[in-house]
Design a protein around this ligand. Structure first.
Ligand code: 6PG
Length: 241
C-alpha cells in the first residue's frame, strides 16, 4: 500500500492516525501493543504529534511496549541517540510506565549491545518477535533501520539483533535484522522530501542494479507493508504522475 500526502504535515497526521488506530486495535485484541520505533527526522515529527492530547489521550499507554528498530551506539543522553530523540519528542510527555520502554543499551561494544538487546527481546517475546508495528525511515542510499548497503547485517538469517556500521561515518549502530522486521504485522515506511524521490522510485518501481537496496528486502512474511510518502518524496513515481 502506497499513500501519498500533500506535504509532511499531512503525512504526519496520517501516520499518527495509523499508529493510534493500530495501538487501540492491538490493545483491544491482545491487551498490548508492541511497536519498534525508528530514528530520523520524519519519524520525529510523528512522535511530536503523538504527544499532543488529541492522540495521546486516545491510547492506553500502560499497554504500549516501546522498542527501537535501531540505535546509534552512543550514551542514552547523547544528541545522536534515537532513544534520546524519542524521549524528548514523545516519551517524556505521555503517561507510559518506565518498565514499558526497552532502549538499546550502550555497552562496551556495539556487538555486546546487540547481544544484550537480543536478550531483552527474548524476555519479551517467547519466539521470533512479532511486532504489531515497525516504523521505518529511508536513507538516500536505500538503507533502512541501520541496515546499510554492503553491511554483513544484510545477510543475517538467525540473529534478531546485530551491530552495523553506516557508510557515511558516525557512530556504529545496533539494528533489528530482517528476520525480525519482516515478521511484523505492519511495517510502515515514513518518507518525505525531494531528496528521497529518486531512491523511493528505485525501490518501489525498480532499478537496473542486480544488488537490491537494503529497504527492498523489507518484505512482510504475514503482515502488511505501508508506504507513507509526501508528494515531494513520491515525485518520481510513475504511478503518482
Ligand atoms: C536512524 C534511522 C534511519 C533513518 C533514515 C532516514 O537511526 O537514523 O533509523 O534509518 O530513518 O536515515 O532518516 P530521515 O528521515 O531523517 O531522512
Amino acid at each position: 500500500m502506497i499513500n501519498i500526502y500533500a506535504d509532511s504535515r499531512e503525512l504526519c497526521l496520517a501516520a499518527a492516525e495509523l499508529f493510534t488506530s493500530q495501538a487501540v486495535a492491538a490493545i483491544d485484541k491482545k491487551g498490548a501493543f508492541r511497536v519498534a520505533l525508528s530514528g530520523g527526522s520524519t519519524p520525529r515529527q510523528l512522535y511530536e504529534e503523538l504527544a499532543k492530547p488529541f492522540w495521546r489521550d486516545r491510547i492506553n499507554w500502560e499497554k504500549v511496549l516501546i522498542f527501537w528498530g535501531d540505535e546509534r551506539h552512543v550514551p542514552a543522553g547523547d544528541a545522536l541517540s534515537n532513544q534520546n530523540m524519542t524521549r524528548e519528542a514523545l516519551l517524556d510527555h505521555i503517561p507510559i510506565p518506565a518498565d514499558n520502554i526497552f532502549p538499546v543499551p550502550f555497552t562496551e561494544s556495539p556487538a555486546a549491545a546487540a547481544s544484550q538487546y537480543e536478550a531483552t527481546l527474548h524476555k519479551c517475546f517467547p519466539t521470533l518477535p512479532v511486532f504489531d508495528l515497525v516504523l521505518l525511515g529511508l536513507g538516500k542510499d536505500g538503507h533502512t533501520a541501520s541496515l546499510f548497503p554492503g553491511n554483513k547485517a544484510l545477510t543475517e538469517k538467525t540473529r534478531w539483533v546485530c551491530s552495523s556500521r553506516p557508510l557515511s561515518g558516525g557512530p556504529d549502530r545496533v539494528t533489528l535484522t530482517y528476520p525480525v522486521i519482516n515478521q511484523a504485522a505492519t511495517i510502515c515506511f515514513l518518507v518525505t522530501g525531494t531528496d528521497k524521490a529518486g531512491i523511493v522510485r528505485e525501490i518501489i518501481e525498480g532499478h537496473a542494479s542486480a544488488v537490491p537496496y537494503p529497504a527492498e528486502k523489507i518484505c512482510p512474511v504475514n503482515g502488511q507493508l505501508i508506504w507513507l510518502l509526501d508528494q515531494a518524496a513520491a515525485a518520481c513515481l510513475e504511478s503518482s504522475k
